[in-house]
Write a protein that binds this ligand. Structure first.
Ligand SMILES: [Zn+2]
Length: 378
């Protein structure tokens, strides 16, 4: 049923187009035409202009054919991580890899190629189906920017699949919510040799704060990390300024809020501890904390219709689906935040975000087969 040669050629074509985050112009122009050829009405939104990129998200609407039904969203992202300039996809013994200097970009082009092949098959076989909304986002790899800038009003679907994880016949139904944090510590500078008592070291404040913090794996569903620290000027100056950046994630929003408050409190506590009188004046180091909600959690019930749909489609192929949780955020978190019940479907890609990335043609065929059944059942 699946045309493996057509799928192989589609993947190779997509992989060879460089599409770094915010540099997706070429692939977007190609996909816009490709989805039009497949019978969709395609629009590009203004996310690119707002994010400073070459193009926006693509929304391809396939009207119902042969029967009515509730719309189904199918999504993937068109950007890849770097290095991705001049990707040379190599196919050897049924496995795609890059020539070695770049990523392959199977993340997420395997998903796009599978989606296109499934839509080809559904069309050529005249399989009756409800409306399908394909959403191909930009800039997923740099903080889900495209999905965050997508106006949810343009979508009718209330359920969807994001093709964007390793594995085959695999569904991710849970992912954490996350906060990003930035702490700026401002102490007081002084000559480190002549008058250290006139200064308060921002480095010392930051060090105390971080030493007091619970970090790493906090429990089975929560993590926290300090990822960068920058500051100070010279060994003979008591450091005035330090900037520390970190994050926290949890599957439980209440735990995320508690951990975030804890990290902020550690900085404020350290500043109070190191406050002292300098020349008759009480000097308290200043803490400027900034907390940004990075993405909301994804927690789709195991009995949800979208999971039932994938399971029903799989059973038509005599397959079972593994459903599990993941530790990272993706576009699916954003879609769920907009009330579109979305789970992530495995695309067969492996070793993503590395030059050893690969994908087997056989696995892409399996995913495309499953997608055809999902569209038929939806
Ligand atoms: Zn991805």
């Amino acid at each position: 049923m699946i045309n493996s040669e057509r799928l192989t050629a589609e993947f190779a074509r997509l992989a060879a187009m460089a599409s770094p985050s915010l540099g997706e112009g070429e692939i977007a122009r190609y996909l816009l035409e490709r989805f039009r050829q497949l019978g969709a009405e395609v629009v590009m939104d203004d996310a690119g202009e707002r994010a400073g990129g070459e193009c926006g998200n693509l929304i391809a609407r396939f009207p119902a054919a042969g029967r009515d039904g509730e719309p189904l969203m199918l999504s993937a992202h068109m950007d890849t991580v770097e290095p991705c300039a001049g990707v040379e996809p190599l196919l050897r013994d049924g496995v795609f890899t890059s020539a070695g200097e770049t990523v392959l970009g199977a993340d997420d082009k395997a998903g796009i190629a599978e989606l296109i092949e499934a839509l080809e098959v559904v069309r050529e076989q005249g399989i009756p189906r409800g409306p399908v909304e394909v959403v191909i986002t930009i800039a997923e790899e740099v903080g889900l920017l495209g999905a965050k800038l997508l106006d949810p009003q343009v979508l009718k679907a209330r359920r969807g699949l994001a093709l964007d994880t390793s594995g085959v016949d695999l569904v991710i139904h849970k992912a954490p919510c996350a906060n990003k944090m930035r702490f700026e510590v401002v102490g007081r500078e002084a000559h480190a040799g002549i008058a250290p008592e006139k200064g308060i070291s921002a480095i010392e404040v930051a060090a105390r704060a971080i030493a007091a913090m619970h970090l790493g794996r906090l429990d089975e569903e929560s993590t926290a990390n300090i990822g960068s620290i920058e500051g100070g000027q010279a060994t003979n100056i008591v450091a005035k300024r330090v900037v520390v950046e970190g994050e926290a994630r949890s599957h439980d929003p209440a735990k995320l809020a508690r951990q975030t408050a804890h990290m902020v409190a550690c900085f404020e506590g350290a500043a109070r501890d190191l406050a002292r009188e300098i020349g008759g004046e009480l000097v308290v180091p200043e803490i400027r904390s900034e907390v940004i909600s990075d993405y909301p959690r994804m927690a789709v019930d195991l009995q949800a219709p979208i999971i039932r749909l994938v399971e029903a489609a799989a059973s038509r192929l005599d397959r079972t689906i593994e459903v599990r949780a993941a530790g990272g955020g993706s576009d699916a978190n954003i879609f769920n935040g907009h009330g579109i019940e979305t789970v992530i479907l495995g695309t067969g890609m492996t070793n993503v975000h590395s030059v050893d990335e690969s994908v087997r043609v056989e696995d892409m065929v399996r995913v495309a087969e499953l997608l055809v059944e999902i569209i038929r059942e939806a």
